[in-house]
Design a protein around this ligand. Sequence first.
Ligand code: MUC
Ligand code: MG
Length: 373
Amino acid sequence: MKILRLEAIPYSIPYTTPLAFASGQVAHAEHVLVRIHTDDGLVGEADAPPRPFTYGETQASMKAIIDSVFAPQLIGLDPFDRGKVHAVLGRTMHNQVAKGAVDIALWDVLGKALRTPVHKLLGGFRDSMRVSHMLGFRPAQDLLAEAQRFREEYGISTFKLKVGRRPLALDIEACHVLREGLGSDVELYLDANRGWSANEALEVLRRTADVGLTALEEPCDAKEALSRRRLVQQSPIPIIGDESVPTAGDVSRELLSGGCSAVSLKTARSGFTEATEILGLCSGLGVDVTMGNQIDTQVGSVATVVFGAAHEATSRRAGELSNFLDMSDDLLADPLRIRAGRIQVPALPGVGAVIDEDKLAHYRQDATSPSPH
Ligand code: MUC
Ligand code: MG
């Protein structure tokens, strides 16, 4: 089998409830659907969500790097020769999200070629994952109402609250309002997206000591190495690295320098191959991992659940899988469902994200003719 052609299809779907957080806001899913065609007629697919404020990639840059740099080097390779594929991708620095989508699309090809769910190829540990929902910037009472609705409608009992880059009192108030309103059987943790200094983070941890938070994600920039290490040493709860740890090398640096004590794994920026390396590194070092959300569509959330449910260590904690609920529409032919707080792994060959072609035709932003490769 040989790679025949790559497509990078830009599309845009509006959010009904835009998500705002310390490092940005997302009101439209302006993503790229990556398709890899093989000479025996298989097509592998994956979603690439650019986060310019976090990784520097844009929808246009992802399309350009796939069309003009990755495609010419990958065409003609056998998708099973994963070492060759990754040597090619690794020659280009950065562009983690574009590489992640190419990697997942190739895994999709492998699963389809073997007529096997990729979830089984990766480990097949469970057939579903518990869901954690991410709450963006809103007044505290609105956040509580949203969390209560998600608990009642979907059975979700783990929430990640976005904090940072606004008065500390607002974040502290939101923590207390959520805990008082939701009771003690709900898990709450925070993500500041680099919106605080280490000292501010310590102050918030002191003033929320009675809230029972389970973790704090990316409190301040990883470049503030000394103060981050002090925060990790003094914090009573794990400090999760997220945007500071997109690659296995970054994970090594942050863990070994004491910049974080747990890791958020995101298939959107690490693909399945690098996510496997990161998972091995964390397991070997005895470090907890969480399956994170890159503000993913249903297509991206399927990839997260496929990887997360495949391993014991990634399915221990609830994965961030539900932000597609804030979108007005999606590309999946068979929409994802959250029941009793869980999402089921699709039992289909490949990754299992089947695209609705009418929806793609409706939301795609390019001409519908295939790209030159
Ligand atoms: C998160 O966990 O930080 C925000 C930016 C991004 O890349 O992912 C989200 C959620
Ligand atoms: Mg985060």
